[in-house]
Design a binder for this molecule. Sequence first.
Ligand SMILES: N[C@@H](CCC(=O)N[C@@H](CS)C(=O)NCC(=O)O)C(=O)O
Length: 247
Amino acid sequence: MADTEYRLYYWPGIQGRGEFVRLVLEDTGAPYVDVARLPDDEGGGMGALVGFLKRDDVGTPTFAPPILQHGDLYVSQTATICAYLGERHGLAPDGDARWQAQYLQLTLADFVAEIHDTHHPIAGSLYYDDQKAEAQRRTAAFRDERLPKFLSYFERVLTLNAAADGRWFVGADCSHADLSLFQVVAGLEYAFPNALGALRDGHPHVFALRDRVRKRPNVAAYLASERRIPFNEHGIFRHYPELDAPA
Ligand SMILES: N[C@@H](CCC(=O)N[C@@H](CS)C(=O)NCC(=O)O)C(=O)O
């Protein structure tokens, strides 16, 4: 199965959680097809994804995208997919340190869920406009409490590793978790430029890591390509000026 192309199943018009997987695939240069972004007549489109989610012949059925197919293996849950790819392509720490990358990845997933809930605090099935008042209350608490708490935690991890001469989250080398931190900071910069800007000076390692990841040659090429879907108001990171801190 080593040379088998990966197939990513994810919503076609947004970065969303699929982007964490795309970044690992792109950084490692692993060959992949972004299935739902193919034209309908080539087996892509929303129909391909919706149809896939109903399938019972994929090992253990999967609950929600993103899903990665590798030969006969289907892997779901963003953090698990990133670890699977990282382990296969030299983007994961060796030995027991792999678990540290995994719990950082899961902590980022917790953070991502909270970021999503700033604009959809009541239900994902309702429009933002139908939960605007609740979104404002939720986001005020997010900006005051959760955003600083998560960022301080990541800064603390990076500061401790820097003291041991590490420039990444874990050990001496970049891992899948570093790519995910990049994506979260990039998304927050889009969604909450004022709130994040106010925290910049207090979190130098977080922003330095963001810069280091985006300069990795394959990541830089990807970010400049048409494969990188721009942030928009359909994904997880949405820019609603009324939810951001004042300038
Ligand atoms: N914990 C899962 C969350 C997956 C998830 O919420 N996927 C979204 C798209 S980003 C979805 O389509 N969810 C449909 C649903 O929850 O019903 C992960 O990290 O992969």
